[in-house]
Design a protein around this ligand. Structure first.
Ligand code: GCO
Length: 434
């Protein structure tokens, strides 16, 4: 897909409240290993034990025990939808042996969400693999799609009454890239062959799971969560940078759609975090991704650029598939919550304008409901609308949680919150006027 279609660069300032369509889903997202704690039976836990103590997931946010409290808070904060994942390694700790106690636990979790009125989006695989699976090569193994499908076939009939939207696999592209190219995640194996095998097996696993879920729940809504980045050429008029922008867009944003076929997606799940600049320096034969630290651009605590227009661009790009879209993740690692408030309003503004240009977006799940274990970056990055004090496990909603609540109550961006756009403003001052 060429980014040829940018309809109209959206306005930077809006003067009217921005109204979202009736029935829009507003929620937040988490994943089991990042919030539950004590997920001892997966490849991540094993790998974490080789790392310094503060980089291990440990008790995480203890959501395994505190889910009811967390969902009550989300409800109080106005959310009408929630995205979460179940932990395969708890449910199937040995191949073919399903732990009834853990199944019952997740039934309780899902029932709790439903009894509180949430629309539930359930992820079946979010990065972690049961230990028994990693011992046989995890996604490199051509049998893994079958193992995953057995797990799916087991759990879907049990959970189906409490789930509205199914995500088969979270970010398969990020998983293979971090495991086999960057080698910053387990199994930290630099291998092009492993990369290819895992890509193929993940695509096959998605297709099999999609088919199985539809056999069991004929009107199910099934997709996967794709990490979609926006790319820009650093030098506006460089043709070779433009060409490379197109190439990167295909291999990162569209590869898994091509590999699976669009008939295996009832909707597109979009995780949006990254805008990358492509640059050719001097006579270099290959382009490089500009190190954002060398520019003056605003970034998160993880050094990821804050670029709301990027989400507009990817939505317009993806609208060519003519499928409904859910923003399955979007958020900011920051200890500065005023920045998160501005982030939230400015990204929602761009989503609004993408919708006004014809993109069919049906919901937004902020990453994340609460602070959690950010994989190889440990606990320092703070993504939560709700702050977690890891010493006491106390939850405290941040001002951004209340700003989001105002958005949800208004089903859009009320005029007062448009003040955040382009201004460094204290959230508390804005909130007290509302
Ligand atoms: C991912 C995952 C989440 C992350 C979040 C922030 O995108 O890597 O889905 O597990 O925590 O995206 O990096």
């Amino acid at each position: 897909m060429l980014k040829k279609k940018i309809i109209q660069p959206p306005p930077r300032h809006d003067h009217q409240p921005l109204k979202f369509p009736e029935g829009f889903l507003w929620g937040a997202a988490t994943s089991s290993h990042q919030v539950e704690g004590n997920n001892k039976n997966n490849d991540w836990w094993e790998w974490e034990q080789t790392r310094p103590e503060k980089m291990r997931s440990g008790l995480a946010a203890d959501q395994y025990n505190r889910y009811a409290e967390d969902f009550s808070l989300a409800k109080k904060l106005g959310h009408n939808a929630h995205r979460l994942s179940i932990e395969w390694s708890r449910i199937e700790p040995e191949p073919g042996w399903f732990n009834q106690e853990e199944i019952d636990h997740y039934v309780d979790v899902l029932k709790d969400l439903k009894s509180k009125g949430f629309t539930v989006m359930l992820t079946l695989h979010h990065f972690t693999n049961p230990l028994w699976l990693s011992k046989v090569g995890a996604w490199e193994n051509s049998k893994t799609p079958v193992y995953f499908n057995n797990f799916v076939a087991k759990v879907v009939p049990i959970f189906k009454d409490y789930v509205d939207l199914w995500i088969t696999i979270n970010e398969p592209g990020v998983l293979v890239f971090c495991d086999y190219v960057l080698t910053k995640w387990p199994p930290q194996k630099k291998s092009k062959l492993a990369l290819l095998k895992a890509t193929k097996n993940l695509a096959r696993a998605h297709k099999m799971a999609y088919t199985t879920i539809h056999e069991l729940v004929p009107n199910a809504q099934v997709g996967f969560a794709n990490n979609v980045s926006s790319f820009e050429s650093f030098h506006k008029h460089s043709i070779r940078e433009k060409a490379y922008e197109w190439f990167l867009d295909i291999i990162t944003d569209h590869l898994f759609y091509k590999a699976t076929g669009m008939e295996y997606h009832d909707f597109l799940g979009v995780n949006y975090y990254f805008n990358e600049y492509i640059s050719f320096n001097g006579n270099a034969r290959l382009p490089n991704i500009v190190d954002i630290a060398t520019t003056k651009k605003a970034t998160s605590d993880l050094g990821w650029e804050i670029y709301p227009e990027g989400i507009f661009n990817v939505l317009v790009d993806l609208s060519d598939y003519h499928k409904p879209i859910y923003i399955t993740e979007n958020g900011l690692a920051s200890t500065n919550d005023d920045r998160r408030c501005r982030f939230l309003i400015s990204y929602l503004q761009q989503i609004y304008h993408a919708m006004a240009s014809g993109c069919h977006v049906k919901g937004y799940f902020h990453w994340s409901l609460l602070d959690n274990f950010e994989w190889s970056d440990g606990f320092d990055p703070r993504f939560g609308l709700i702050e977690v004090d890891y010493e006491t496990q106390k939850r405290t909603p941040r001002p951004s949680a209340y700003v989001y609540q105002k958005v949800i109550e208004a089903n859009g961006i009320p005029h007062e919150l448009l003040k955040f756009l382009g201004h460094s403003i204290d959230a508390k001052d804005v909130l007290k006027d509302l």
